[in-house]
Design a protein around this ligand. Structure first.
Ligand SMILES: C[S@@+](CC[C@H](N)C(=O)[O-])C[C@H]1O[C@@H](n2cnc3c(N)ncnc32)[C@H](O)[C@@H]1O
Length: 186
């Protein structure tokens, strides 16, 4: 990872500066970013979906992984100023499609099946996203949901859904805000 951090020093410095200067970007931490990168590469995910782009920090790491596996990322952001920042920050990343709007409206319009999904938007709505996603998931799709420890109460419907559904294998990875890692089995 040090090699990547060196190669993309300018872009990562820009993300670090924005995090300092702009309130409410809520970017994932570095360990979560590394994990996303490794999961995307080892899974060899072809179609990746991210719900909650913010200014594009997590998208950037997914995009680096997608470059290795020749994959594509769709990412969704509802806040206009963060969406515009992400467009600027990611303008050189050829494998990223940024969608502006409510995930609940955009997910049904995506004509693809995903094999990796990163959920990091409105916590109370995780349950709605996963239900909308059910017919958009490849068999063995990996779903990574952030903040399941930091916002345990708010995401409890989501957790109970993936933990009790026969279609998911799931566990909590206690890294940073807490990641729920689930595999979808049709
Ligand atoms: C935690 S931040 C995402 C951080 C980003 N993944 C990163 O690590 O750089 C959550 C983002 O989700 C967006 N969001 C919240 N609810 C949403 C929804 N229903 N549809 C799309 N975006 C949403 C918020 O505007 C916010 O920018």
């Amino acid at each position: 990872m040090e090699k990547l951090k060196k190669k993309y020093k300018i872009q990562l410095k820009r993300f670090a500066e924005q995090k300092e200067q702009i309130r409410r970007l809520w970017n994932i931490g570095e360990k979560t970013a590394m994990l996303l990168y490794f999961f995307a590469i080892t899974k060899r995910a072809k179609n990746i979906l991210e719900i909650g782009t913010s200014n594009g920090y997590s998208t950037f790491w997914l995009s680096l992984a997608a470059e290795v596996t020749e994959s594509e990322i769709d990412t969704i952001e509802v806040d206009e100023s963060r969406y515009l920042l992400a467009c600027e920050n990611l303008k050189e990343r050829k494998n990223v499609n940024i969608h502006f709007g409510l995930a609940e409206k955009i997910i049904p319009s995506l004509d693809k099946k995903f094999d990796l999904v990163f959920i990091d938007a409105g916590k109370i709505d995780y349950i709605n996203y996963i239900k909308l996603l059910l017919d958009k998931l490849e068999n063995n799709a990996l779903i990574i949901a952030d903040n399941v420890i930091s916002h345990r109460e708010t995401v409890h419907e989501y957790l109970s859904f993936v933990r009790n559904s026969p279609d998911f294998f799931t566990f909590t990875l206690p890294v940073e805000s807490g990641l729920e890692i689930s595999v979808y089995k049709k």
